[in-house]
Write a protein that binds this ligand. Structure first.
Ligand code: PGA
Length: 254
């Protein structure tokens, strides 16, 4: 049984004050929610205050990025041990914005994922094809290669701690969600690939869908057998809309 995981990726939004105000509004709203993992990934400067705001709640903290080294001359970067110190339970790696705007490749993502596990932080490893790749029928090839490269350093026996996020780049921030059928087709393929690498552990690994997830489409996406959660950008910025997403099992919002 895979526990659904709904994660808010705030990207470069919210000051520290705005992040804390979100938590104050959001936590009482979701205090009764059970049986799902709820995660907030604020910008790095809010991690400390948010960590304190979330203490005692079931909502977990995540960073949006990490550097694989333990310490050193890496101006502007944050080490995995520093994120562990702040109470991060998860961290996003390989987001398409990191891959395409900042030029991060699979090998770098793989090092980040392994470094996080070494500090008991669960990596959320993102993969997904661009529009031209989908139109050229290369989706499976691209996703297969990103998975193989980005998960290359996951130690045997730790696979169940890894979350994979399938985020078709053409659906991110565009309002164009993949249909539940498209999402399931790729998620099923991802689980098959995970099976080749991790054997039976693949059936326990969670695969999130990301890309314009909203209160009115999350139910149909989550109803797919291999969709185990969502990584949500825009619709996670308001407490009410992220609350509706977390309560996906109540059915589509009006
Ligand atoms: P979106 O972003 O929900 O705004 O499309 C998702 C993501 O990039 O993680």
């Amino acid at each position: 049984m895979r526990t659904p995981i709904l994660a808010a990726n705030w990207k470069m939004h919210k000051t520290v004050g705005e992040a804390v105000a979100f938590a104050e509004d959001f936590l009482p709203r979701v205090a009764d929610v059970e049986g799902v993992d709820v995660v907030l990934a604020p910008p790095a400067q809010s991690l400390d205050r948010l960590s304190r705001a979330l203490a005692g709640s079931q909502v977990k903290l995540a960073a949006q990025n990490v550097h694989p080294e333990e310490k050193g001359a890496f101006t502007g970067e944050i080490a995995p041990g520093m994120l562990a110190d702040l109470g991060c339970a998860y961290t996003i790696v390989g987001h398409s914005e990191r891959r395409h705007i900042f030029g991060e490749d699979d090998a770098f993502v793989a090092r980040k994922a392994a470094a996080l596990l070494a500090h008991e932080i669960r990596p959320i490893v993102c993969v997904g094809e661009q529009l031209e790749e989908r139109e050229a029928d290369r989706t499976f090839e691209v996703v297969e290669s990103q998975l193989r490269g980005s998960l290359a350093e996951i130690p045997a026996g730790r696979a169940a701690e890894v979350v994979v996020a399938y985020e078709p780049v053409w659906a991110i921030g565009t309002g164009k969600t993949a249909t539940p059928e498209i999402a399931q087709e790729v998620h099923g393929f991802i689980r098959e690939q995970l099976g080749k690498q991790f054997g039976d552990a693949a059936s326990g690994m969670r695969i999130q869908y990301g890309g314009s997830v909203k209160p009115d489409n999350v139910y149909d996406l989550m109803a797919q057998p291999d969709v185990d959660g969502a990584l949500v950008g825009g619709a996670s910025l308001e407490p009410e809309s992220f609350e509706q997403i977390i309560r996906f099992d109540r059915g589509n919002a009006e």
